[in-house]
Design a protein around this ligand. Structure first.
Ligand code: DGP
Length: 114
């Protein structure tokens, strides 16, 4: 995959409001928040889309979701609830081609999404 803005954030070449980091995952606040809490959980491994993930990435995908769930719990979002979203490719609304999980919380979500 080509480099993206998220690759630059992972390498600390551009700033971001980082809220969580471990060996495999970086999480930072979305620049254009769609909810009071809007954090992106990004694998340090440069996967472009969910479609590019393979069986070898099963553990990494689990780590992304568990990191998001743990963050939501720490921030008091788990009781009221929250939403996780992975947009994939054009119809999914993906604009940055480095796989990421959106964590949205702090307000009631609507369904179906637009
Ligand atoms: P998606 O549409 O699923 O690819 O989501 C990309 C998100 O990334 C979008 O909600 C806005 C956010 N975003 C784009 N550029 C930047 C950036 O430079 N910094 C941060 N923190 N977020 C960004």
């Amino acid at each position: 995959m080509g480099d993206t803005i998220f690759g630059k954030i992972i390498r600390r070449e551009i700033p971001a409001d980082i809220v969580y980091e471990d060996e495999d995952v970086l999480a930072f606040r979305d620049l254009n928040p769609q909810a009071p809490v809007h954090v992106l959980f990004v694998p340090k491994k440069p996967l472009a889309t969910l479609d590019e993930a393979g069986a070898e990435d099963a553990e990494l995908l689990g780590k992304l979701l568990l990191a998001a769930a743990a963050y939501a719990r720490r921030e008091g979002l788990a009781g009221p609830g929250y939403r996780t979203v992975i947009n994939c490719n054009e119809h999914g609304g993906q604009t940055v081609f480095h796989l990421h999980v959106h964590l949205l919380g702090g307000r009631r979500m609507h369904w179906p999404p637009g």
